[in-house]
Design a binder for this molecule. Sequence first.
Ligand code: ZN
Length: 112
Amino acid sequence: MKASTRKLVLERDPYCFHCGESNDLVVHHRRNRGHGGSKLLDKPEWLMAVCASYNGEMESDAWVAIAARALGHKLRSWESHSLPVFDVVTQLWYVLETNGTKEIYEDGEGRY
Ligand SMILES: [Zn+2]
């Protein structure tokens, strides 16, 4: 991952989406890169900041992984980055944009 991409993600996401921790953040790939690791997934819309402990639990604990999928923190190989991510701190869903920003997700009826 480019240092500039990492910096952009950590500026966009100043805390862990899952617990609000602002120290010990890592840049998490929402979709597994698989073997070989696709560079296409090294883009802001596929990345999010989480704390190191949550990052580890998503990999090691199947229940955490299931919950992470429901929150948009983990995506399956066929899922789009346009699926929103839940921010536990603000209790809002966000869409991570390709330009490195995040927008509050609204459904078709204008609800947040
Ligand atoms: Zn956390």
